[in-house]
Design a protein around this ligand. Structure first.
Ligand SMILES: *Cc1c(COP(=O)(O)O)cnc(C)c1O
Length: 223
């Protein structure tokens, strides 16, 4: 099947209000071009350098999403064009995004990355850390960013029940944060969860954005 057919196959399984984000990281340009020619306009990337190169190479009507860990000192490179940053994991990073958005006369949409696993994971904020961040005066002074939801990942495991429990927890955290901090904010509506191996489970738990790479493009190039 072609890349476009792979994308269409996934889109057909999902209701219209769910966004499929083809993850094009470490994929050959031809395959991305093929998806573009088939009408795809949103792509996800996880590295700043690669994202910049692709933004320069491909047409300007693509919406680029940053889905990987973002270092504060690299925000300036993507601030002029990035459409959505899924992986905001600190107030410091959010302040930098705000600063660079302001310089570019933009408002940048962001998701807060949350983890629900018991062990502290490498990236992301705990539920309590998100509450603290959203309650802080510093946060309330940021005028050039908009928080439009949360992003989360499930443990990489073949155990479907375990994944389902984790996605349900993420959804629950999303609802709580929405009702506490974004009750009258209709922009706060996105829950980015689910990848190639678990997007169907994520949808059952209320995901609104699935980030699908290898199922669409095939195996990635090694680093
Ligand atoms: C690479 C990546 C994906 C896509 O992974 P696949 O298993 O290829 O679908 C999704 N989310 C993030 C954050 C990623 O880094």
């Amino acid at each position: 099947m072609s890349i476009s057919e792979n994308i269409q196959k996934i889109k057909k399984q999902l209701s219209k209000n769910i966004t499929v984000i083809p993850v094009s990281k470490r994929q050959p340009y031809e395959l991305i071009q093929e998806a573009y020619d088939g009408g795809q306009r949103i792509f996800g990337e996880n590295k700043v350098q690669e994202l910049r190169e692709k933004h320069e190479k491909f047409p300007l009507d693509i919406e680029w999403h940053m889905i990987g860990h973002l270092q504060t000192n690299k925000v300036k490179y993507i601030a002029p064009f990035i459409n959505l940053i899924h992986s905001v994991d600190s107030l410091k990073l959010l302040k930098e995004i705000n600063k660079r958005a302001k310089q570019n006369e933009r408002i940048i949409n962001c998701l807060l990355q949350i983890y629900i696993a018991k062990e502290k994971s490498k990236f992301g904020l705990s539920f309590e850390e998100i509450e603290n961040l959203l309650s802080s005066d510093d946060f309330n002074n940021l005028e050039n960013i908009k928080i439009i939801g949360l992003m989360g990942m499930a443990t990489n495991t073949p155990e479907k029940e375990k994944i389902k429990i984790e996605f349900d927890k993420l959804k629950n955290a999303f609802e709580k944060i929405k009702s506490s901090f974004f009750k009258n904010d209709k922009n706060f509506k996105e829950l980015s969860m689910g990848m190639s191996g678990d997007y169907k489970i994520a949808i059952e738990s209320g995901s609104t954005m699935v980030r699908v790479g290898s199922l669409i493009f095939g195996k990635r190039n090694p680093h």
